[in-house]
Design a protein around this ligand. Sequence first.
Ligand code: ATP
Length: 209
Amino acid sequence: MIGIFGGTFDPIHYGHLRTALEVMQGAGLDEVRFIPLHQAVHREQPVVGGRSRLQMIRAAIRGQPGFVADDRELRRQGESYTVDTLGSLRAEFGDRSICLIVGGDAFREFLTWHRPLEILDLANLIVMQRPGHSDFSDPSLQALISERKAEHSELIRQQPAGRIFFQPVTQLEISATRIRAMVAAGASARYLMPEAVLRVIQKNNHYSG
Ligand code: ATP
């Protein structure tokens, strides 16, 4: 069972790392692949280059069994569409279960993504939720949930794609945007991310404005 955690990771921080670990353990994933995007589709472009963001991911996950840095979106160039990334993973991993990990906020917009139903043909979704929060009131999304919801992680283990599983996680209020602002202002961003990531930032003067 392969978990896919995509994002800008500009930089990676404990908000990403803690939730990824909880999802891996909670849903019983064999691995979580961190995939930094090359070119954002729906948001501002990253501040530092792809290779530097990958270097920070590698520094952050070193020594954690099951965590993998995956550079396929950087190698592919162009806009980083999730559906293309999943197509490439599917070609590589055959009929293994592939689980795209998304935050509750991102999932609320899921039906506006590029080719969402093809995404579900290629992968299961694991939606990270704060315990007690499940406000998905859009009727089309509600219909999708009732059709596709997996009550147990066993179902996303058995089926390679097509199901939606909700995983409660401890959501830490950490954002990369705030970290970049702190570093630019000369404030310490210590304890928001692994020391190894801070060292990469300091050594390369990332985000210093
Ligand atoms: P930015 O502040 O630059 O928008 P970010 O901190 O939100 O960045 P991203 O790299 O854009 O980080 O996020 C990648 C994925 O991680 C997204 O799916 C996002 O929902 C999730 N994520 C971001 N921050 C957290 C957090 N604190 N806890 C859990 N998940 C998070």
